[in-house]
Every structure is written in C-alpha cells, then in structure tokens.
Design a protein around this ligand. Structure first.
Ligand SMILES: Cc1cc2nc3c(=O)[nH]c(=O)nc-3n(C[C@H](O)[C@H](O)[C@H](O)COP(=O)(O)OP(=O)(O)OC[C@H]3O[C@@H](n4cnc5c(N)ncnc54)[C@H](O)[C@@H]3O)c2cc1C
Length: 437
C-alpha cells in the first residue's frame, strides 16, 4: 500500500469539487462523447454512480434503471422505532437526478444481462446496449437458512432489512405488543448490510418501550461472538437500560456455538441446536444475505453469493465491462453501508470515465463513516479510510478513522446531531435532493 494514501485521499477530496465543476478537466484533451454507461439499481451506489459519471464527463450518456419510482432509505429507518422520523422523511425520488444531471431514467428492472453482446433486457421486454455497465443491485436474502423462515413468513415475522412496508410492519407489531412482551431480534453472521444496524435497532426499540411499555424487553440473539461498536453500545445500554443487570430491558446473547435451527411459526418460538427455546411476542429475524438476484443470475458472484471485483477499477472479476459496487460487491474490509456504497460509486465513476478515455484509472481510496443512535441524545460512530495494498487488494489505512471515545456526554450529544447531518448530506450527495421533489 502506498505510504501516503491518507494524504493523497485528502488531496483528491480537496481537488474534486473544482475538477467536477469544470466538467472533464480531470481528463484534458480526451472525450468519451459517444459512450453509453448504464447503471442498474437506483440505491445509494447506483444513484451516486449515475450522478458522478455525468459530473465527471458531461458528454457521457448515462441511463439509470430502477424499478421503483421512489426509494426509502434504510439509513434512518431504525429511528422510526423511537418515533424520531417517519417513512415520508426517509423517501426520495429520482426527479432531481434526472432533471438536474440529465440522467435518463428507466423505471423497470433488468431481467437479463448479455456481457458478450454488451446488452441487457428489461422485464418489460426492451433491450439496451452499453459500453460499460455499473451494477448496484443491493442484497437478497438467503431464505430457509433458518428452517421455517422464508419470504412468506417474513410477512408475519418481518426482517425490516429493506426499508418500507417491512419496517412499518415491525413498528406496528411493537406498538401493538402488550406491556411485558418480548421483542426478539435475530442478528446474522457477517457479511451483511450495515453491521451496527441490529444494535441501533435494539436501542431504538428499547427507547420506545421504556416510555410506552416499560415492563417489556428486547433480546438480541446473535450468530456472531461480537459486533460493531460493541463496547460503545454496551456502555450506552448499561447507562439507559440496565444492561448487564438482572432486570435489564435489553439483552444480547451470542449463539454462535448454538445456532438457531427452527422457527415455530405458530407460536413465535425459536429453537437452538442445544435445545434452548426463545419465545417472543414480536420476532425480527434478519436473515443471512447475498448479492441481488440479477448479479447472481448473470454469473457475477462467487460461491459465497457476493461479487468479487478488481478493486482498482471496480470491474467484475468475471466480466471486465461490468463494474459492481455497493452491498452486492465484496470490497471487504470495507463494510456494507450506504456511506461505503456512495464512496465506491465515486471511485467507480472515476475509473469508468478513465477507461472510456483509455487512461489508467487513478488509485482509488474509499471512506466509510457510520453513525448509530443509542438514544436520541446519544450518538456513536466508527469511521474508516481504505486504500489498495501492493497486491491491489483493499486494506484499511492504519492511523486513519477510528471510534467515538465514549464516556463523554457532550460528544455523545454532538454525535447524535452529526448522525442526522451525515444522513442528510449522504442522501443529497447520492440522490441530488434530500426529499421527494
Ligand atoms: C436498518 C438499516 C439501517 C442502515 N443504516 C445505515 C446507516 O446509518 N448508514 C449507512 O451508511 N448505511 C446504513 N445501512 C446500509 C445501507 O442501507 C446499504 O448499505 C445501502 O443501501 C447499499 O446501497 P446499494 O446501492 O448497494 O443497495 P440498495 O440501496 O439496496 O439499492 C439497490 C437498488 O437496486 C435495485 N435493483 C435490484 N435489482 C434490480 C434489477 N434487476 N434491475 C434494476 N434495479 C434493481 C433495487 O430496487 C434497489 O433500489 C442500513 C441498512 C439497514 C437495513
């Protein structure tokens, strides 16, 4: 890994706005005017890629394909459980992107990709050619890894891991639960989208229960032995919910050595390998995950279900004209987050424009910053900077990024405010506007 990557990252970040405002000034003298880049998936990864492709090369034709006319952000969706937001505030549409950045929007889904012919087919039957394809289809679930839990059962016991109706269903169930009830959250093994998400969710639910149903409990059954920002979460839980004591409102149990083996859908009971039994009035089961279906069906995934990429230019290891970003791709150790998808999209856009101009892409660097709320006044964060090592693999830049210090009420309050600020700026940066226009 180049020794000065942090400094170079900062230089790039500082140089970018001017370069972007002056269009292709990063690439003097060369144009990619006839080229057509198709972006599949209008989530954080795809929306950002489409926007930055146009900013970097205004002469480029960019088409964004997304089946939904509006997008509900998963970031912020846990805050709903503490009544801090509502679905309307978490919803954006694509008008700012299509009108403000001249991106052609097609409201449909891609049903087939033909990499050899560089064409794709939409569910509606239309076919489309491309010079480069950027794929950001997000995740699908590995159903039935817990026998008895599939897409139909998720309508009774929601995962709420794709924001929208599932989030509202889980919220309604918690609100309808009798005081004294138990909310069970089953958290998956890595890798999955948003590593701290289950723990922020448990915190937000506990906050609400404390006010409205104080005899109730939240229990996390975790397929891992530890989790993101664990010490910070546990310190917060001890402070607000009595965590670690006999009467704690919130409990966390690792069941890594004693996994869940069955869900009795009639009684809402989870059984483990060693015969333990957990019953809840509300079950939030977050299943293991894999890359979105179109990536798998197009032969872009490994046996583990994720898309391997050449991180240098984000191209698929299997198809060089297809670039994969966001949750579907494997950029580990970068976690699967909206912030990371946005960062991967910018590096990808720069690589795609470089390749179209027959120039070598610059060394990429990536950022992740992830804020979680423990209460509305207590925020915590983790941040990381990533670059390429000598083998062209992604590695963490040592000495950059870090965790909240903890145990400082002023900082905790400030970080709760930053959580909202970072959310808003990430949405505006990705979708061109924070609201449905
Ligand atoms: C509860 C929760 C809280 C979270 N909180 C945070 C947070 O605070 N900060 C953070 O950074 N991240 C957070 N995340 C993670 C974040 O939501 C994801 O990492 C991010 O959405 C990934 O972006 P993406 O573009 O890869 O996928 P997505 O955002 O899922 O977008 C994929 C898009 O592709 C479309 N698509 C799929 N298949 C096709 C097809 N065949 N044709 C066309 N379009 C297709 C889908 O409709 C979808 O709109 C959270 C996640 C959850 C579940």
């Amino acid at each position: 890994m180049a020794a000065c990557s942090r400094r170079r990252f900062l230089q790039f970040a500082a140089a970018s706005p001017a370069a972007l405002l002056s269009g292709c000034s990063l690439f003097p003298g060369k144009s990619c005017s006839k080229a057509h880049v198709v972006v599949v998936g209008g989530g954080f990864g795809g929306a950002t890629a489409a926007k930055y492709l146009r900013l970097l090369a205004p002469e480029l034709r960019v088409t964004l394909i997304e089946p939904k006319t509006s997008y509900i952000t998963c970031p912020g969706s846990n805050w709903l459980f503490a009544d801090l937001t509502d679905i309307r505030q978490l919803t954006v549409n694509y008008r700012a992107l299509s009108s403000g950045y001249d991106i052609k929007l097609i409201t449909d889904s891609v049903s087939r990709i033909d990499p050899a012919g560089r064409r794709l087919t939409l569910a509606g039957g239309q076919t489309l050619g491309y010079d480069r394809l950027v794929l950001s289809p997000g995740i699908d679930f590995h159903w039935n890894t817990l026998p008895g839990y599939d897409a139909a059962t998720a309508e009774i016991y929601p995962h709420a891991w794709q924001a929208g109706p599932q989030t509202l269903l889980l919220q309604r169930q918690i609100q309808a639960m009798p005081d004294g009830g138990m909310v069970l959250i089953s958290a998956p093994a890595e890798p999955y989208r948003c590593p701290p998400g289950p723990y922020e969710r448990a915190s937000m639910i506990a906050c609400w229960l404390q006010q409205h149903k104080p005899r109730s409990k939240v229990m996390i059954l975790d397929a891992k032995t530890g989790f993101s920002k664990q010490k910070l979460f546990e310190a917060g839980w001890a402070k607000y919910f009595g965590y670690g004591g006999g009467d704690s409102m919130l409990e966390w149990h690792s069941i890594a050595d004693n996994p869940l083996i069955e869900l009795d859908t009639a009684t809402g009971t989870l059984y483990t390998d060693f015969g333990d039994k957990f019953q809840g009035q509300v079950l939030n089961i977050i299943p293991p995950q894999q890359a979105g279906r179109i990536a798998r069906e197009s032969g872009l995934t490994d046996t583990d279900g994720w898309c391997p990429v050449n991180a240098m230019d984000s191209s698929s290891r299997f198809e060089k004209h297809i670039h994969v970003i966001g949750d579907a791709a494997r950029y580990a150790p970068i976690p699967k987050s909206a912030f990371a998808a946005n960062s991967e999209a910018k590096a990808c856009a720069l690589a795609v424009v470089s390749l179209l101009k027959q120039q070598a892409p610059p060394d990429p660097q990536w950022l992740n910053a992830c804020y979680s709320l423990i209460t509305p006044e207590h925020g915590i964060s983790v941040a990381g900077v990533y670059g390429l090592n000598a083998e062209q693999r992604v590695e963490t830049v040592k000495g950059a990024g870090g965790l909240s210090r903890g145990n400082d009420e002023r900082e905790e309050r400030l970080e709760a405010g930053y959580a909202l600020g970072v959310y808003r700026s990430l949405v505006v940066d990705s979708f061109g506007s924070a609201y449905s226009t």
